[in-house]
Ligand binder design. Structure first.
Ligand code: NAD
Length: 429
């Protein structure tokens, strides 16, 4: 697809914005470099299992509504599937498929013994009460019971789900199997088998990857101006940790807009303001701009898209000024836009490496639950740092060896690891 046509042709744009097609393009490019044979390519390209469920729920106003939920398990070769559950009005099967496949590649990049899965429910949490959300969660859990489990598929939080959602899933599953099963989900509250450091893990991983990538482009943290899109679990905590390490965070955003202060934002004060007012807008001393492309095109050194998919596209990739893009979100850069950034010499650390801190500490949580022995925060953070630093070096080495971008290198590393295990295990019949 030529970039010019993608920016103007509606069909090309539709394809560009389809996360599953974006994933497939990265996969195919890497598979070509590896010379992967057609059969294994066909196996790894498509999800192993897809489940669509109807979720009837009694609403607070007395009506009965039926929601649609999905769980897609992409690949089991390296271990049980692992992946978050997302609640949003625009959840769709192609998105869940892409996110499930990215989980397979992500777990392989950081070399943890899981395959990839993802789940989602089509709903708008802002329009639902806590009780309705609890009923949706419990019925969705019951509907996917047969395919999840500590040795089968272990869900976690994603957009609009949190520790409370995980507590409800853990309880529902445990009631069905008649024993407390903490290892059924990760991202739980500490009191019921959560891990220290899990809440901050994805943001911490983003911070560590920024540090490693900055060395590659020869810039010191204190000289790096950073723009962060999103101020939730990944963006908010990522910005906070970058600020603590001496980076100058000049802009942050939420779904309503972005704030900018070229002198550098006081990130803890911004997050306190957000907690109090539920919006970034109105933060004293900062100017307000729109949160989409206007923020992404700000003059900066490091751009951390940490909100949603399809933010850097063929429509704005030419105007991105950052030298380094660290993908906190899943799929924030379309495949076509990624190629434009590569040609312009912008270093892009792909999602399947940059935001892998979350699933890495989820793995620690699952290990701790199964041992019934809990680690100190220091042990969690130190082990996370070792894994993130090694994974960055592994991907960088593959990039140099194959002369490809970090995105294609991450896919090559991951596909090679999954394919070799697949061949070792062989085909069950
Ligand atoms: P979250 O719900 O905590 O935060 C999302 C943030 O994005 C909020 O600040 C929201 O206001 C903002 N936002 C939403 N739409 C926006 C838009 N159009 N423009 C700008 N900002 C917008 O979610 P999260 O857990 O931080 O997840 C963010 C991304 O990171 C997702 O792509 C998710 O899949 C990915 N991710 C999350 C984790 C994790 O551990 N939470 C791990 C890996 C990847």
């Amino acid at each position: 697809m030529s970039t010019a046509s993608a920016a103007t042709d509606p069909k090309a744009l539709q394809d560009e914005f389809n996360p599953f097609l974006s994933m497939a393009k990265g996969f195919d490019t890497a598979a070509d470099h590896l010379g992967l044979d057609e059969g294994v390519r066909e196996v790894l390209r498509r999800p192993d299992r897809e489940l669509t469920v109807a979720i009837p729920v009694n609403m607070d106003d007395g009506s009965l509504r039926v929601f649609t939920g999905y769980r897609v398990q992409h690949n089991f070769s390296r271990g049980p599937c692992k992946g978050g559950i997302r609640y949003a009005p625009d959840v769709n099967l192609d998105e869940v498929r892409a996110l499930a496949a990215w989980m397979t590649w992500k777990c392989a990049v950081v070399d943890i013994p899981f395959g990839g899965a993802k789940g989602g429910v089509i709903c708008d949490p802002r329009q639902l009460s806590q009780v309705e959300l609890e009923r949706i969660t419990r019925r969705y859990t019951a509907a996917i019971m047969d395919i999840i489990g500590p040795d089968r598929d272990v869900p976690a939080p994603d957009v609009n789900t949190n520790e409370q959602t995980m507590a409800w899933i853990m309880d529902t599953y445990s009631m069905h199997v008649r024993r407390t099963t903490t290892a059924i989900v990760t991202g739980k509250p500490l009191a019921i088998g959560g891990s220290r450091g899990r809440h901050e893990a994805t943001g911490r991983g983003v911070m560590l990857i920024c540090r490693e990538a900055l060395k590659k482009i020869g810039l010191r943290p204190e000289n790096a101006r950073v723009v962060v899109q999103g101020s939730g679990n990944v963006g908010g905590i990522g910005a906070m940790l970058l600020h603590r390490e001496g980076y100058r965070v000049i802009s942050m955003s939420d779904m309503y807009g972005a704030i900018v202060d070229e002198k550098g934002l006081d990130v803890p004060a911004v997050l306190a303001h957000l907690k109090k007012t539920k919006k970034l807008e109105g933060f004293p001393g900062a100017r307000t701009i729109s949160g989409g492309t206007e923020q992404l095109e700000l003059d900066c050194d490091v751009l951390v898209p940490a909100a949603v998919e399809n933010q850097i596209t063929t429509k704005n990739a030419d105007r991105i000024k950052a030298k380094l893009v660290v993908e906190g979100a899943n799929g924030p850069t379309t495949f076509a836009a990624s190629e434009i950034l590569d040609k312009r010499g912008v270093v892009v650390v792909p999602d399947i490496l940059a935001n892998a801190g979350g699933v890495t500490v989820s793995y620690f949580e699952w290990v701790q639950d199964r041992m019934g022995y809990f680690w100190t925060e220091e042990r969690v953070n130190t082990t996370l740092e070792q894994i993130m630093v090694k994974s960055f070096a592994d991907v960088d080495a593959v990039a140099k060896r194959y002369r490809v971008s970090l995105r294609i290198a991450a896919y090559i590393l991951a596909i090679d690891r999954v394919a070799s295990v697949y061949r070792m295990r062989g085909v069950f019949a």
